[in-house]
Design a protein around this ligand. Structure first.
Ligand SMILES: [Fe+2]
Length: 184
């Protein structure tokens, strides 16, 4: 994490905020302590593969070229390889591998669909997206909480597991969620 923090502080802050959101959600869903621990570590490390991607691409403020985006799309696989090398639990390395898969099969790296995507990865993708939309980035204005809520609702059944979206939106309606996210 330190290495990623030095190279890319946006990813570092992003990951800690994603972990907080994911933990809140997991608790509301009543997940076991073991699952929550796996999810927390996986959320903190899900973008670790970005350390293998050129910093100039990660920090680019304009639109990425197709080649650059193809490179960025390798970070789940890179992350999986790094975590496998560490000998870390498969549940955690799979969180890195599958966090950009989509319910409708249009995600990456494999285009898995529906329940082919592990449950915790489907959950992480909601936390990841909420942070990505509402967090501060140099290249765009953040979504308001309400805009993010509507966007996530609109993507139920396409990007996200529709059942999980229902539960996630209930979490977003709770004020505590906003207050526990570390500020940027
Ligand atoms: Fe990612």
């Amino acid at each position: 994490m330190d290495e990623l923090g030095r190279k890319d502080h946006i990813t570092f802050n992003h990951s800690s905020r994603v972990a907080k959101i994911a933990m809140f959600f997991a608790k509301e869903l009543g997940l076991s302590k073991k699952e929550r621990q796996m999810l927390e570590v996986g959320a903190l490390l899900h973008d670790i593969g970005k350390i293998k991607i050129d910093g100039a691409i990660l920090k680019k403020s304009g639109k990425l070229t197709k080649e650059e985006f193809d490179e960025v799309k390798k970070h789940p696989l890179y992350g999986f390889e790094i975590l496998e090398n560490w000998g870390i639990s498969k549940v955690i390395s799979q969180l890195a591998l599958y966090h950009h898969e989509r319910w409708d099969g249009n995600g990456y790296p494999y285009g898995l669909a529906g329940e082919e995507i592990p449950f915790l990865s489907r959950l992480l993708s909601l936390a990841d997206t909420l942070e990505a939309m509402t967090g501060i980035r140099p290249y765009r204005k953040p979504f308001t909480w309400k805009e993010a809520y509507i966007e996530i609702d609109n993507n139920a059944g396409t990007q996200f597991d529709p059942q999980l979206v229902k539960e996630f939106l209930k979490c977003m309606e709770k004020k505590e969620l906003l207050s526990i996210i570390p500020s940027l």
